[in-house]
Design a protein around this ligand. Structure first.
Ligand SMILES: NC(=O)c1ccc[n+]([C@@H]2O[C@H](COP(=O)([O-])OP(=O)(O)OC[C@H]3O[C@@H](n4cnc5c(N)ncnc54)[C@H](O)[C@@H]3O)[C@@H](O)[C@H]2O)c1
Length: 228
C-alpha cells in the first residue's frame, strides 16, 4: 500500500507561476486592504469593487501556468497516496495533474449565489467576469466562490480527517497566519514526519519540523531525495 502524503499549500506554492502572495512585500494586501476585498462587510459596502478585484485575479490566473513544483507534486502520485489541501484559490494543482485537491478557501473559477450557498456554478474561462447584475437561477446576485475572512470554512472537518491519516505531512508556501487552516498542523499525529518548504522563517509551535528553506520547486526536489 502507498504511504499517505498530505500536502498543505499556500500562496507561495504559486509564486513561481507569477501569482502574487498576500503577505510578502509587494504582495496583494499592500495594494488592496483585506477588509475591503476579502470580507463580507467589504462586499456589502462596495460589491462592484470586490467583484472587479476577483475578476482581475481570475484573469491573472488564466494566464498563469503550473510550475515545476506543482508538476512534481502531481508526479509523486506514482509513489504516494497524495492528498493536497490548498489555501489557494487558483487551479494550478489540478492543471498540473494532481487528482485529489481540497480547496479550503474556495475556487476562483466558481461563482456562488449570495442567497443560496448550495448554488455554485463553474465559470466559463471565455466569459470569466462576474458582474453586478449577474444572477443565480433564484434571482440572487452572484459572488466569487471564495471563503472571506470572518466566514466559516466548511471543508475544515474533511481537511482534518485527511490530516489525521497522514504518514508524511508537508507544508509549502504558507505563512501559517490564517486560521483554521494553520491549525491543521495540530491535527497531524505524533511521530509523523513534518516538512516545511518556504524560503523564509515560518513560526510554528512544533519543534520537530524539518524546514527546507527554499522556494517550492527546489524544496520539493530536496524533499523527494528524503522521502522517496
Ligand atoms: N494563488 C492563490 O490562490 C493565492 C494567492 C494569494 C493569496 N491567496 C490566499 O491568501 C491567503 C494567504 O495565506 P497564505 O499563507 O497562503 O499566503 P501568505 O502570503 O501569507 O504566505 C506566503 C508564504 O509563501 C512563502 N513563499 C514566497 N515565495 C515562495 C516560493 N517561491 N516557494 C515557497 N514559498 C514561498 C512566503 O515566505 C510566505 O511564508 C490564503 O488564504 C490564500 O487563500 C491565494
Amino acid at each position: 500500500m502507498k504511504r499517505r502524503l498530505i500536502v498543505l499549500t499556500g500562496a507561495g506554492m504559486s509564486a513561481e507561476s507569477g501569482i502574487a502572495t498576500f503577505r510578502d512585500s509587494g504582495g496583494l494586501w499592500e495594494k488592496y486592504p483585506v477588509e475591503q476585498v476579502a470580507t463580507p462587510e467589504g462586499f456589502d459596502a462596495d460589491p462592484e469593487l470586490v467583484l472587479n478585484f476577483y475578476n482581475m485575479r481570475r484573469r491573472e490566473m488564466l494566464k498563469a501556468k503550473p510550475n515545476e513544483g506543482h508538476r512534481m507534486l502531481a508526479e509523486l502520485e506514482n509513489d504516494f497516496d497524495v492528498h493536497i489541501i490548498t489555501q489557494n484559490i487558483d487551479n494550478l494543482h489540478e492543471q498540473a495533474g494532481s487528482s485529489r485537491v481540497l480547496h479550503l478557501h474556495g475556487e476562483l473559477m466558481k461563482a456562488r449565489s449570495t442567497g443560496d450557498d448550495s448554488l455554485i456554478y463553474d465559470i466559463d474561462p471565455l466569459h470569466c467576469d462576474i458582474r453586478l447584475g449577474d444572477l443565480c437561477e433564484k434571482g440572487f446576485q452572484l459572488r466569487p466562490h471564495i471563503v472571506w475572512f470572518g466566514e466559516a470554512v466548511p471543508l475544515i472537518p474533511e481537511a482534518e480527517e485527511i490530516t489525521h491519516g497522514a504518514d508524511i505531512f508537508v507544508i509549502i508556501g504558507t505563512s501559517l497566519n490564517v486560521y483554521p487552516a494553520a491549525g491543521l498542523l495540530n491535527e497531524v499525529k505524533r511521530n509523523i514526519p513534518v516538512y516545511l518548504i518556504d524560503p523564509k522563517e515560518v513560526h510554528t509551535r512544533r519543534y520537530d519540523i524539518h524546514h527546507i528553506q527554499k522556494g517550492a520547486s527546489e524544496g520539493i526536489i530536496e524533499l523527494k531525495k528524503i522521502i522517496l
